[in-house]
Design a binder for this molecule. Structure first.
Ligand SMILES: Cc1cc2nc3c(=O)[nH]c(=O)nc-3n(C[C@H](O)[C@H](O)[C@H](O)COP(=O)(O)O)c2cc1C
Length: 169
């Protein structure tokens, strides 16, 4: 569909409607040339393909952190848990040195895995596609593990929560 054929939807309506769709929360980390450990909170992380193993996320084109992450040799996706809400809020507010004072360990690729993350996924960027004011970043998975199998953090209608299974145990 050409850009001109796309209906003009009011930004507030777009946000309100899509805010009713819940997302998980992930933190994408990487190491910059100067050694700084970078981190970007995303609600747009998704699994894409098992064969070959691919995942994706969608940074804003204006993201200064992604501009630096895009030049990293590898990226690590942290799936964060319900109890990591405070860390997520802190990271999302910071502009630089986002991991200062935050506990983490290194994934096999050397990128940061936040303490208590549910899972980590070591990746390399395969392709970046322009999509309006965002980018779709397709990443190859090189290694992955579940390290803390607790409820993931969920973002829904502007707020955070956990996941409760509706099936009785
Ligand atoms: C729950 C949540 C989900 C977010 N999802 C995204 C996302 O998918 N893509 C994105 O670029 N920014 C997302 N953000 C905003 C960034 O984490 C970050 O605050 C902002 O991009 C900072 O700009 P910087 O990249 O220039 O540091 C999200 C923030 C929160 C709190």
């Amino acid at each position: 569909m050409s850009e001109s054929a796309v209906k003009n939807i009011d930004g507030q309506v777009y946000r309100e409607v899509l805010g009713h769709y819940p997302t998980g929360v992930a933190v994408v980390t990487g190491r910059a040339d100067d050694g700084e450990h970078l981190a970007l909170v995303v609600g747009t992380f998704s699994s894409v393909s098992m064969d070959p193993p691919l995942v994706s996320f969608m940074p804003m084109k204006s993201s200064r952190t992604f501009d630096r992450l895009s030049r990293c040799e590898s990226l690590c996706v942290n799936v964060v848990g319900e109890d990591q809400q405070d860390v997520v809020r802190t990271l999302a507010k910071r502009w630089e040195n986002k991991l200062d004072g935050i506990e983490w360990f290194a994934s096999p690729s050397g990128d940061a895995v936040l303490a208590d993350s549910v899972a980590w996924i070591d990746t390399r960027i395969r392709e970046t596609v322009e999509a309006g004011d965002h980018l779709i970043v397709l990443c190859e998975v090189h290694d992955m593990a579940v390290t803390n199998p607790v409820s993931p953090l969920i973002f829904h209608r502007g707020d955070y929560g956990g996941f409760a299974c509706s099936t009785p145990a």
